[in-house]
Design a protein around this ligand. Structure first.
Ligand code: R1P
Ligand code: URA
Length: 292
């Protein structure tokens, strides 16, 4: 008999009302299609396009609204900043979908979720000025998260990892970078001609890890120049943000589909930034809502 895994109270923590620990969502409140955003305020902007809303839940930086857009049931979820929060959001959403909270056993049938992240990012190439929408064909994780999970070598692009480490003369003090593809079908459906297809680096910080120097000098002042000059099978690295690799990596291990689409709000080459982006990211939101 196929014994399904059991999860103890300390491993899958549930609240007294039956919701999952951090997100405070109950299994029936999660849609199959999920839009992930960093900023909790962006959740209401996405949901302002919904025909109707069925729940609105907030806990810490995790704000969730489930509703429908042109008849499609969608959950929009904020993750806050960084891949540590992605570990929480992806694991708790997967548990909501694939673990029976009453018996604490894995459900017999796998339920596949579709995640599209709508984020902001820094552009690294001349063809990625502020306002550009970038769909991540591949993400390179500088954050190290996937290295803690079994099976990372089965889902990662090991050839690209080796080529990248060689090009960068990778510092062994840093965690090993991991390279992960977006879901191909989702990429082809969502990334139209209005988006640049690129390779995204997800960093474990906004300043030093993205080569931004304020008062403290960087360990490797040439990092960004080397990142910008990397080329592999016609692809180059287009942007920095902080979550795409963890979303794509955990989704691949868990059997979900994932894609990240970001709007450039700072171009690191041109040294320009747009802090008024909150008014313009709505264009990307509308494209994703139509195509998810
Ligand atoms: C940093 O300012 C934050 O902005 C980007 C980064 O990934 C990081 O989360 O994404 P969001 O705008 O989705 O938060
Ligand atoms: N988000 C990032 O992580 N980096 C940027 O430069 C802009 C937005």
């Amino acid at each position: 008999m196929d014994e399904k895994k059991y999860f103890a109270e300390s491993e899958l923590i549930l609240n007294e009302d039956g919701s999952v620990f951090h997100l405070h969502l109950k299994p029936e409140q999660l849609a199959d299609k999920v839009i992930l955003v960093g900023d909790p305020g962006r959740v209401s902007l996405v949901a302002s396009h919904f025909d109707e809303q069925e729940c609105d839940v907030q806990s810490r930086e995790f704000h969730s609204i489930t509703g429908t857009y042109k008849g499609k049931r969608i959950t929009v979820q904020s993750t806050g900043i960084g891949c540590d929060n992605i570990d929480i959001v992806l694991n708790e959403m997967d548990a909501l979908a694939n673990i029976d909270f009453k018996t604490r056993h894995e459900k017999p049938e796998h339920r596949t979720l579709t995640f599209v992240r709508i984020g902001t990012c820094g552009g690294l190439q001349e063809n990625t000025p502020t306002g550009t929408y970038i769909a991540s064909v591949k993400s390179i994780g500088f954050d190290g998260l996937l290295n803690f999970y079994a099976g990372r070598n089965e889902v990662c692009d090991l050839k690209l990892e080796e080529a990248f480490k060689k090009h960068m003369d990778w510092n062994p003090l840093l965690c090993a970078p991991y390279v992960i593809d977006a879901d191909k079908e989702l990429l082809d459906r969502v990334a139209g001609a209005d988006m640049v297809r690129g390779v995204t680096i997800a960093c474990g910080g906004f300043f030093g890890p993205q080569g931004r120097e304020l008062r403290i000098p960087l360990a490797d002042p040439d990092q960004n120049e080397m990142v910008e000059s990397f080329e592999y099978n016609g692809l180059n690295i287009t942007n920095f943000e902080m979550e795409s690799s963890a979303i794509a990596g955990l989704s691949a291990l868990m059997g979900h589909k994932a894609l990240t689409c970001c709007m450039v709000i700072a171009n690191r080459r041109a040294k320009e930034a747009n802090t008024g982006y909150k008014n313009t990211i709505d264009g990307l939101i509308k494209l994703v809502l139509e195509r998810i």
